[in-house]
Design a protein. Structure first.
Length: 333
């Protein structure tokens, strides 16, 4: 009987990128399997041209439509006749949805009330186990159904046309210069500078003739708009255009956010702002598969000044994570 496996990851860009190793490893284990992914519509473009994913289903419910969209999604899942569901994000709606869809094997992280009520198979992992990556935790669900692998490297598949466009952009931007990307904004799930700090970094880098600076954000903060000599290829575009632009870079500087993971999946080097909190550290959330550097605050900063909440930490006043130090590391690397 053909295995028809649904991978559910209804959250942000970085989370979905880190899950892209799972379809590949499932196909290695069962080449004739059918692999589907259930995502938010905003992240579906990450899977375009992915040879390991057969079906992409989107579920863009809101708090207001959470109930109204439940049974239509159940009917959609039934139509695909999935045999397995891997619930990477523990969430009650997902657990009840795959149960009502009649998917025989349902796997989720840990023991929760909604998993217990729906008879989901628990995978007991020690979350935040020192040194274990989020992508590895996700792969544990695939391992629980028979996948045997230690390869958790994510991947994004550009089309041939997109690869050619990225190569043209790199040649045009480079011209013997190093192409440095800045991704300034994030979902605020991890520490990040204020836009003014990125503007200071941009000024320092733009003063060096060996650097071509590229801002890769969809929406560019006012303090970084219209800087002399800076390129803005992604403003007002879409996710695929961001991927193409990332592929054209020599290095991306950002916080721990989705574009950092996209760059890594495209084998683009990164220099990323991180903090050592267990929930945020590079061992858990760092980019995979590329050459990665990290800018982290000194121990004394975290001990004496850290607010303890990555949503509000701006890494202000550190000696190790400031524009001058990051600029020096970029120019000397």
């Amino acid at each position: 009987m053909q295995k028809r496996i649904l991978i559910i990851r209804q959250d942000r860009i970085g989370d979905v990128v880190l899950a892209t190793a799972i379809p590949r490893e499932i196909k290695k284990r069962w080449p004739d399997s059918h692999v589907g992914m259930l995502l938010r519509g905003a992240t579906k473009h990450l899977l375009i041209n992915n040879p390991h994913v057969d079906t992409v289903i989107t579920d863009d419910f809101t708090p207001e439509t959470r109930q109204d969209t439940f049974w239509p999604m159940v009917r959609e899942l039934r139509r695909h006749k999935f045999t397995h569901a891997l619930m990477l994000l523990p969430e009650s709606r997902i657990s009840y949805m795959v149960f009502c869809a009649g998917i025989p094997v349902r796997v989720g992280h840990g023991i929760t009330l909604f998993h217990a009520l729906t008879l989901a198979r628990p995978v007991m992992t020690r979350k935040f186990q020192k040194g274990k990556h989020e992508a590895d935790y996700s792969m544990d669900l695939a391992r629980s159904i028979g996948v045997k692998t230690n390869n958790i490297k994510p991947e994004i598949h550009l089309t041939r046309t997109e690869e050619q466009e990225a190569a043209r952009m790199a040649a045009k931007w480079g011209c013997s210069r190093r192409v440095v990307g800045l991704n300034v904004t994030s979902g605020m799930s991890s520490p990040n500078w204020e836009p003014s700090a990125y503007a200071e970094l941009a000024t320092l880098l733009s003063e060096d003739d060996s650097v071509q600076l590229v801002v890769t954000d969809y929406v560019v903060p006012e303090s970084l708009q219209d800087l002399p000599g800076v390129l803005y290829p992604c403003a007002g575009t879409d996710l695929r255009k961001v991927m193409i632009s990332l592929k054209a870079l020599d290095i991306l500087v950002s916080a721990s956010t989705g574009p950092m993971h996209m760059a890594a999946a495209l084998n683009v080097p990164t220099l990323s702002l991180f903090c050592p909190l267990p929930a945020c550290e590079p061992a858990l959330w760092g980019p995979l598969g590329n050459r990665a550097q990290f800018a982290m605050p000194e121990d004394e900063y975290c001990r004496d000044q850290c607010p303890g909440d990555p949503h509000i930490c701006r890494l202000a006043g550190t000696q190790m994570v400031n524009p001058a130090e990051v600029a020096r590391r970029i120019l000397e690397s």
